[in-house]
Design a protein. Structure first.
Length: 74
């Protein structure tokens, strides 16, 4: 599995209806998806987005979103 595969899978979860963005840095799915799409585009061009590491940290934006939305164990 590549990094782009991981981002694509996480993107699927972010796009689920009913996600709770209250504890997230994003206001809604559109904002989160835009950030993920930009990260994927930069990676496809050979870049290494420095802020990406923060997204996957414990208590980071993705963990907060996954817990509040019910898909943390995925």
């Amino acid at each position: 599995m590549t990094l782009l595969d991981v981002l694509a899978r996480v993107r699927e979860f972010i796009a689920l209806p009913g996600n709770d963005f209250a504890w997230s840095v994003w206001h809604d799915a559109a904002g989160a998806l835009a950030e993920f799409d930009a990260l994927a585009a930069e990676i496809r061009l050979g870049g290494r987005p420095p802020g990406m590491r923060l997204l996957f940290l414990p208590t980071g934006p993705l963990q907060e979103l996954s817990i509040s939305s019910g898909w943390a164990v995925e």
